[in-house]
Design a protein around this ligand. Structure first.
Ligand code: ZN
Length: 72
């Protein structure tokens, strides 16, 4: 194996108080791709409190991917 590409990090499993389970968190851009909307719409969900957000030290804002997929 000579492939030296680093593994694609897609977030970590963290506890989402909204989903009441351990979830995968994604960046806003990733979240937008998952639900096929633009980032502005994701921020709008965040604004309305529909999506749990996570602030990770030294990182950008992350959101719960399960919250995105749940019927609101
Ligand atoms: Zn959630």
């Amino acid at each position: 194996m000579t492939d030296s590409k680093p593994p694609l990090v897609q977030g970590q499993r963290v506890w989402c108080p909204r989903c009441k389970e351990y979830v995968k968190i994604v960046r806003v851009a990733g979240a937008a791709k998952i639900v096929d909307v633009d980032r502005r719409t994701v921020y709008n969900y965040i604004d309305k409190g529909k999506v749990q957000t996570f602030k990770i030290a030294g990182s950008t804002l992350r959101v719960c991917s399960h919250c995105l997929l749940r019927p609101q």
